[in-house]
Design a protein around this ligand. Structure first.
Ligand code: CMP
Length: 142
């Protein structure tokens, strides 16, 4: 059965240009409940660990440099079928290919500076939520 939580990050491009409020309003407007949130500034080691799956990709160095360039805002979101539903809400990785009214179409600058991250599976949603929030925070967030 599909899970009801996903992990999103308002990335440094969007957070730094004052778009976090509008993005969170868009997320709530799409029916998601924000159940945990924090502002943080990732270290090189943290960004490398979070994106370890992309370590061999040519854009890895540039991605971690971008993700450590300023504060970002991880949030845990709740809705039925959260992972699939939220990926529809944010649109394609490249904003040029994203559908109208998706978060990336509205707020992203480029394929790398693409405003928002979203988990791609229930398993990763849990792993990524635990990357930023304690088990206690996630259990209490009801
Ligand atoms: P995200 O959903 O956070 O997952 C991996 C990130 O790598 C992605 O969003 C983009 O920010 C970035 N990314 C993916 N593909 C490319 C690419 N071809 N060039 C540069 N950055 C990319």
């Amino acid at each position: 059965m599909a899970g009801n939580r996903t992990l999103a990050i308002v990335k440094p491009d969007a957070f730094g240009s004052g778009k976090a409020g509008k993005i969170l309003a868009h997320i709530e407007g799409a029916g998601f409940r924000i159940i945990a949130a924090r502002v943080t500034h990732l270290s090189d080691a943290e960004a490398g660990e979070f994106y370890a799956v992309h370590k061999e990709r040519p854009f890895f160095g540039s991605l971690t440099k971008f993700m450590t360039s300023g504060p970002c805002m991880p949030v845990v979101l709740e809705k039925s079928d959260a992972v699939a539903s939220f990926r529809k809400t944010i649109g394609a990785t490249d904003p040029a290919e994203a559908e109208a009214n998706t978060i990336r179409k509205l707020f992203a600058e480029s394929k790398e500076r693409n405003a928002i991250h979203a988990s791609d599976s229930d398993e990763n949603a849990y792993r990524e939520a635990r990357f930023f929030f304690s088990e206690t925070e996630l259990i209490r967030a009801r």
